[in-house]
Design a protein around this ligand. Structure first.
Ligand SMILES: Cc1cc2nc3c(=O)[nH]c(=O)nc-3n(C[C@H](O)[C@H](O)[C@H](O)COP(=O)(O)OP(=O)(O)OC[C@H]3O[C@@H](n4cnc5c(N)ncnc54)[C@H](O)[C@@H]3O)c2cc1C
Ligand SMILES: *[C@@H]1O[C@H](CO)[C@@H](O)[C@H](O)[C@H]1NC(C)=O
Ligand SMILES: *[C@@H]1O[C@H](CO)[C@@H](O)[C@H](O)[C@H]1NC(C)=O
Ligand SMILES: *[C@@H]1O[C@H](CO)[C@@H](O)[C@H](O)[C@H]1NC(C)=O
Ligand SMILES: *[C@@H]1O[C@H](CO)[C@@H](O)[C@H](O)[C@H]1NC(C)=O
Ligand SMILES: *[C@@H]1O[C@H](CO)[C@@H](O)[C@H](O)[C@H]1NC(C)=O
Ligand SMILES: *[C@@H]1O[C@H](CO)[C@@H](O)[C@H](O)[C@H]1NC(C)=O
Length: 626
């Protein structure tokens, strides 16, 4: 509970009542034991999470290619807090969470922010809040402008669609909220079940009304125009009304294949490489069940594919000798490939909550925790009819706002950014090529500040709580292995609010949150601000609140970014690690810059595209013929 208590207001709001683990049937899938392991695989995937299972599933569609996935966590037991949408997020802080914490954050007055990460088959897609959205066209087109040919919205759209099997909202919800979806933007053959909640909390109507009253348009996020308000789909099955994760989607549909092997409870400890004729090539993967357990290894015939997530992927490269020689020296690791950018460019969306109490007779999500009778009724309704409050993970309507939509300070902040130094965003030990690459990001961020097609702030309405999410933070941090052992948690400095522009953007967000609750639609709920409190008005007091209260929206990314090597890229546009043959990265670490969206949907699209890139490679084709 103490771990959960440390999480943000958002997860707090939902995660409080973790019910008893009930007796759902165990997962039926087959997992290889040590004895069934082959000595060699064409492909070894590190991490059975969101991206890893996606890639492994697609590679094993050709039956001549064999794949082993190695996962540190275990299969879950279909616990309620994993499967029921209304309890989503509840697995954070349990044994399915790596339970790591960002390092003491200077911009937050030295506070340490916990960062949940899935340690389970399905990875963070088992812990998350089921928000299933795409970013805007400008977000992905921006990746291409940073030197990644073909990585733009048009290039990713087929993969967003390939991932999903979309079901439109129920007739009742579609009619009540006037939700329209153009099916041409959605997939109908993917493995990921996506749809809308069959129940929206009643004050969703109030936030929609206020959005309209403010003249903010309501769009469809799937089109590449994820700007303004939108009704948000979730990765949940419309029939069973349970979570659809990488496990249900990509593991269940591949597990019967002879060539798809998964081993759980084993942490990869090293990428084994061999140097010959000046080239470094991956030859194997080493793993163990604990720090003291004997290391085992498998040989890699074609490629190792790293999908351990934005915090653990750079750590694994570093302990394997791929990284910054200066860092590797301090942890007693011999440098195999000099690649100083590994671990740099880490960033995450900042979360800040402005909280109001409401005085209304409408039912609100807090009733699930404060009213046992209500909670029991909701549970019964879910169990018997798959309807009612527990079918919604909340977040059924979101706002993604350009700066000029939520603030009148656009030109002032844009001038501040223009006059500022890019280096103000970076840790002092940033390698020169990373700083050079960030210079290009800085210019791109400055353009986003004044653009109409780029969202700077997300608003998640939660029955009086206005969650602000900073979508294009300037600040950057880094991930560093703490020692030569992968079993020692990596040191992840997320660098929140290092650059004061990020504080200014959130300060404007607080002003907007106040304007929002004073708008027709919300006023009738009689909101009273409790945090930061109506007396907190000066810039200095607001900034102190921001630094005291900011936390994470759970979207770490960018720590092994895709990009030109001389601009701090760790992987090229085919996701190959520079200087190593037979090594790719396919997880959230490769994003050059976060999109204005929750990250899961983008991770799936990147992984689907990665699988196609690998399948198009000569090595894969050769393996198919064998
Ligand atoms: C609490 C929470 C809420 C979130 N809410 C949302 C949301 O509502 N919507 C959204 O879009 N996104 C959300 N996200 C973010 C989203 O889930 C992640 O961005 C995405 O799942 C990351 O995918 P990945 O493949 O990069 O990593 P992961 O899915 O985390 O997979 C990494 C896997 O690698 C394994 N691993 C790590 N190291 C090793 C090793 N050395 N050896 C073997 N295995 C290893 C891990 O155990 C894990 O299974 C949330 C995340 C969290 C934690
Ligand atoms: C998480 O880590 C903290 C200390 O860092 C520890 O007190 C706590 O028990 C851990 N929780 C779990 C679930 O492992
Ligand atoms: C590195 O090795 C030296 C000498 O063996 C030892 O003193 C030091 O503690 C080691 N450092 C780490 C981080 O393991
Ligand atoms: C809530 O509203 C009712 C009806 O308007 C009023 O009587 C009551 O005092 C209010 N409660 C609070 C705590 O403000
Ligand atoms: C608790 O929920 C029950 C059932 O929905 C409802 O009848 C009752 O009024 C609620 N109690 C309070 C104090 O809101
Ligand atoms: C900007 O200022 C004008 C005039 O005071 C006001 O009407 C408008 O709502 C403000 N817009 C924003 C986004 O704050
Ligand atoms: C606002 O009021 C609260 C409660 O009275 C007080 O603790 C806090 O210091 C005040 N903050 C400011 C900035 O005045």
């Amino acid at each position: 509970m103490s771990q959960i208590a440390k999480l943000s207001a958002l997860s707090l709001a939902i995660a409080l009542s973790i019910p008893e683990v009930s007796a759902h049937p165990l997962f039926s899938g087959k997992v290889v034991s040590r004895a069934d392991l082959l000595p060699e695989y064409d492909y070894v995937v590190v991490g059975a999470g969101t991206s890893g299972l996606t890639v492994a599933n697609r590679l094993t569609e050709q039956k001549n290619v064999n794949v082993l996935v190695i996962e540190a966590g275990d299969l879950d037991k279909n616990e309620d807090f994993v499967t029921i949408p209304g309890l989503a997020g509840g697995a954070a802080g349990t044994k399915y969470d790596w339970n790591v914490t960002y390092t003491a954050n200077e911009g937050l007055g030295g506070r340490k922010v916990p960062i949940p990460q899935g340690k389970i088959v399905g990875g963070s897609s088992k812990l998350n809040r089921l928000i299933f959205d795409r970013g805007s066209k400008s977000d992905y087109d921006g990746w291409e402008s940073l030197g990644n040919k073909g990585w733009n919205f048009a290039g990713l759209l087929p993969y967003f669609k390939k991932n999903e099997k979309f079901t439109p909202p129920t007739k009742e919800i579609a009619a009540q909220y006037d939700i329209k979806n153009d099916l041409k933007n959605h997939g109908d053959k993917g493995y990921m079940q996506t749809t809308f909640s069959p129940f929206f909390w009643p004050t969703t109507k109030n936030i929609v009304k206020a959005t309209k009253a403010l003249g903010i348009p309501i769009n469809d996020q799937a089109t590449g125009n994820a700007i303004g308000g939108f009704f948000c789909p979730h990765n949940q099955d419309p029939v069973t009304v349970t979570r659809s994760s990488a496990d249900e989607a990509y593991y269940d549909t591949a597990v019967k294949r002879q060539n798809f092997h998964v081993i759980t409870g084993q942490q990869v400890s090293r990428i084994v490489t061999k140097k010959s004729n000046g080239a470094v090539k991956v030859t194997g993967i080493e793993f163990a069940s604990s720090a003291s357990a004997k290391r085992q290894s498998v040989k890699v015939k074609q490629e190792a594919i790293i999908a351990a997530g934005a915090l653990f992927t750079p750590q694994l490269l570093q302990v394997s000798g791929i990284g910054d020689p200066a860092l590797l020296k301090t942890i007693n690791v011999t440098t195999v490939v000099e690649l100083p950018a590994v671990g740099h460019n880490l960033h995450d969306h900042v979360l800040l909550a402005v909280a109001n109490t409401l005085n209304t007779t409408l039912i609100t999500s807090g009733s699930l925790r404060s009213n046992a009778t209500f909670a029991a009724e909701a549970r019964k309704q879910y169990d018997t009819e798959k309807k009612g409050p527990l079918t919604s993970p909340t977040g059924d309507f979101l706002l993604f706002l350009p700066l000029q939509t939520y603030s009148n300070a656009t030109s002032a902040i844009a001038s501040q950014a223009k006059a500022g130094k890019a280096s103000a965003s970076l840790p002092s030990d940033t390698p020169p090529e990373v700083a050079k690459g960030y210079q290009a990001q800085y210019a791109s961020l400055n353009e986003k500040l004044v653009a109409k097609d780029s969202a700077i702030l997300e608003i998640i309405w939660g029955d009086g709580t206005v969650i602000l999410g900073l979508q294009h933070p300037y600040s950057r941090g880094s991930v560093k292995a703490a020692s030569s052992s992968v079993f020692d948690a990596p040191l992840a400095d997320v660098g929140f609010l290092r650059n004061p522009i990020d504080v200014a953007l959130l300060r404007e967000g607080i002003h907007f949150a106040r304007r929002l609750v004073k708008t027709e639609g919300i006023t009738e709920l009689k909101p009273v601000e409790v945090a930061p409190g109506a007396n907190v008005t000066s810039d200095a007091d607001l900034d102190a609140f921001i630094r005291r209260s900011s936390s994470t929206l759970f979207h770490p990314a960018g720590s092994c970014k895709m990009g030109p090597k001389d601009q701090g890229g760790v992987v090229d546009s085919e996701l190959k690690v520079y200087g190593v043959e037979g090594l790719r990265i396919v997880d959230a670490s490769v994003m050059p810059i976060l999109p204005a969206a929750h990250t899961m949907t983008t991770v799936y699209a990147v992984a689907e595209k990665a699988a196609d890139i690998i399948r198009g490679s000569a090595a894969y084709k050769a393996a198919c013929l064998e």
